[in-house]
Design a protein around this ligand. Sequence first.
Ligand code: HEM
Length: 504
Amino acid sequence: MTTADIAIQLSVLAILALISRSIYRLYLSPLSKFPGPWLAAITSAYEAYYDCFKDGGGRYHVEIARMHDRYGPIVRINPWELHIRDPDWNDVYKVARRASKSLWYYQFLGTSSNSFSASSADTHRLRRDAIQPYFSPAAVARHQPEIERLVAKLVGRLRALKGSGKVVCLSDVFRALATDVATAFAFRQPFGHLDAPDFERAGNATVRRFGTLGLLNRHLGGWLLPAIRLVPPRIAMRLSPASLGVAGFFKQFAVVVNKGLNSADEFVEMGAAETDIIRQILNSNLPAEEKSHWHIKQESSSVALAGTETTGSILTVILFYLLSEPGKGARLREEIGKAYNKYGRPPVWQELKELSYMTGVVNEGLRMNAPSGRLPRYDPMQDMTYKSWVIPKGTHVSTTQNDISFSPDIFFAPHDFLPERWIDGVENKRVAKYFNPFGRGTRICIGMEIALIEIYLALGRIFAPDVGFTMNLHGCDKKNDVEMFHDYFSPFPRSDKGVNVLVW
Ligand code: HEM
């Protein structure tokens, strides 16, 4: 038999295997009864096209919405996953169910060795229990002066730009703040992005690239991001400047974590105030394999990463709306001014969060720019139900917060930034159960309190009566620079230019 014969036979076998698998997925699989396009049912390449190629990638949400419009509230979006668009269905996220996360989907992060992307509920519980004390209200409160210091640095830098005529990119400014807050919290040492003359613009662009590479990683079986970590910078640059940026990003975390691990031996009995997330993990009850350098690197850097893009982009979006509708900015400034008068000093965050308009502003930012990714889970032990449908155990099921946040049935004029909608107590009560920007169930965001302190303090100081500067939007618009176009788990607008302002 010649090599050509062998190649032909192997190709025929591969084609037969593909045909059999497609027939199984389409007609015999337990999910074959669920509605949806036949191509999505037989191959995840359908999703890969929208995730990685269509209009720059991250566009499957648009196709999923189209599927719901055509097939109804429950659709099969790939061979193993159902998506439900029904604000009242929450079964898979219920704490009592303790469902697992989809390993395939969360491959976009390039690792499952942390709490965020741990698949099984038990592994997650183990890891989360180990770091939870680090996020206790008391521990977070101790970090407040550091957040205040970083916010003051940001305000100082904006003030210094007053009248300079320089265009300032707020998307970079707030990502720099969020990175410094999250890294200061995790490592007791901010990365110093607020000190960079350009607020570390290149680093911020890397996060966007990470989004696109993350989707490729998901669809290529999870080897791409680990491989990028291993590629020497010179080769990475030749392959793609994007991977160089991402490799550099991983490296920055590796340096900080290595430094922390090397000095961890000196850790004897430090007071809680001096500890960092590395020592928190080392000092926990985790089994030895969960305390390896590798695991600690993954856990600590994921905590810091989870807190950067989220908080940074929400602050950017809020500022865009407050500056594009000056009446709203003025109303916030007035409310904060009254609080300054009442307390005779800058209000602390506990006082800021009592302000009703300010809370409306923060909630609108969270509603309109929370993580956009669907949140797939599966329950390996029990079936679930949706209306008359029985969802077999082990099936991956997802919902998307944006389906709720932008539903006109729940939020009047959902694409408008309306802080007022949160002020009416009755209305507030009605929408509360639909408002889950920090996720749901056992996997709810662990850094919620830090994020809120940061957002309230940043707004509280930027709109303070004595701030001494104001800002004007410069050459940006809602459609291209603010509204989500790409879903890279975090929402990204169509343009990567950012929200630009002039300070005066
Ligand atoms: C406004 C800012 C933030 C938003 C909207 C947000 C949102 C979320 C959401 C929706 C999840 C659940 C993801 C999922 O189910 O797959 C999550 C998880 C997580 N977040 Fe946040 N987050 C924010 C800020 C932060 C900050 C500041 C930190 C840390 C300093 C952080 C750390 C984490 C971690 C570690 C997880 C994984 C928790 C687990 O699975 O146990 N987040 N976040």
